[in-house]
Design a protein around this ligand. Structure first.
Ligand code: AQP
Length: 344
């Protein structure tokens, strides 16, 4: 049975959607929809692995949906939905809890970073998060997953889980007519100059929703003045911009701004240095402000308009969830048969 190419990716509704989420993920979703069948998910089950205020969670779920729509994803051609409305994600995650090994999860660096010193106090959900992420992808037998570089390790785990499931249940899978295994090994799509956008205040840390300093990130909700202020105050170094890429070695803040420019302008970092190399940071930052405002402000304005009608956003999610469920339900039913559950 030939497997259809299918794209899946998710964004957590945990507030402060930022330029890293946009360039590392959402902008790529928009490009991929041209030639692929895609599912774009607001992963609310993932969000609650860390406590969320319920009212704020609902607002953020609509805000991420608004960002998908405002960025240009077509909700009729593609599927936009929230994870908790499709039961197959959590159900398959349980089976994967029984397939994945503790040793695999113990290696996950994101859990170590997020749990920090208070590991004993972290939720079980935060620890098992990568199993749910594997289920998110595989409940659709998705083949391609566009993500930022921070998700690479979780994607590798999803491949390990798919592989182990295919091996553990090889016999019933073959009997059911799946000659090449039941689950595909999903391919990460981590490409372009902005796979890891860094903090504007510290080039060694990634731009992140949970960083307390607002100056560290550009939020998709920022207006032109806020964008300008944050870019002008972004940390740099005393040297002028180099003309060649290797001149950025050991200069993470300069490299970050060049890569942000390249990703927004859709050109190579070499070309950015060709245009701005040898010049001062202040001239480059001014150009980056203008470019960022030109490209991000229309998205922000559209998000604000969409957020004024939450009922319309909820309809997009309900319709997308129904369509997602139509794909997930028969796949999960087949999984149950393969595992040996008695089904009706
Ligand atoms: N800095 C980044 N650069 C490039 N891509 C990024 N992504 C996140 N940060 C960057 C990508 O955005 C998508 C959605 O991310 P998420 O919402 O699922 O969660 P996250 O990775 O946990 O986001 P944050 O901002 O880093 O949140 P906190 O502060 O909670 O850790 C993913 O494809 C992600 O790779």
């Amino acid at each position: 049975m030939e497997l259809k190419q299918r794209v899946f990716s998710g964004v957590q509704p945990t507030g402060n959607l930022h330029l890293g989420n946009y360039l590392g993920a959402i902008k790529k979703f928009v490009a991929l929809q041209e030639h692929h069948d895609c599912l774009f998910c607001v992963v609310d089950l993932h969000a609650i692995t860390v406590w969320q205020d319920p009212g704020e969670l609902a607002r953020s779920t609509r805000e991420v949906t608004a960002a998908f729509l405002a960025a240009g994803i077509d909700p009729k051609q593609q599927i936009i939905f929230n994870q908790s409305q499709v039961p197959g994600h959590a159900e398959l995650a349980w089976i994967f809890n029984c397939v994945a090994r503790l040793g695999w999860l113990n290696r996950m660096t994101q859990f170590k970073e997020k749990a920090g010193k208070h590991r004993e106090n972290a939720s079980v959900g935060l620890y098992a998060y990568p199993n749910l992420m594997a289920a998110d992808i595989l409940v659709y037998r998705a083949t391609h997953v566009p993500v930022g570089a921070d998700q690479k390790q979780h994607l590798e785990l999803a491949r390990d889980i798919a592989q182990k499931f295919n091996t553990d249940f090889a016999e019933p899978i073959a009997k059911a007519g799946f000659e090449d295994g039941f689950f595909p090994l999903p391919e990460p799509l981590i490409t372009g100059p902005a796979t890891r956008v860094m903090s504007l205040r510290d080039g060694s840390k990634k731009m992140s929703k949970s960083e307390p300093s607002e100056m560290s990130r550009i939020n998709l909700s920022d207006d032109a003045d806020a964008i300008a202020k944050k870019i002008r105050k972004a940390k740099t170094d005393p040297e002028p911009l180099p003309s060649e890429l290797d001149g950025l070695d050991g200069r993470p803040e300069a490299e970050n701004l060049v890569c942000i420019y390249a990703a927004i302008a859709e050109i190579a970092p070499e070309q950015v240095l060709g245009d701005f190399g040898g010049g001062s940071f202040s001239a480059f930052k001014q150009a980056l402000v203008e470019l960022t405002v030109e490209k991000i402000s229309p998205i922000t304005n559209e998000m604000n308009k969409l957020m004024a009608n939450p009922g319309d956003i909820d309809e997009v999610l309900a319709d997308g969830s129904d369509r997602a469920n139509q794909i997930a339900e028969p796949i999960y039913r087949k999984v149950k048969e393969i595992v040996g559950f008695v089904v009706r």
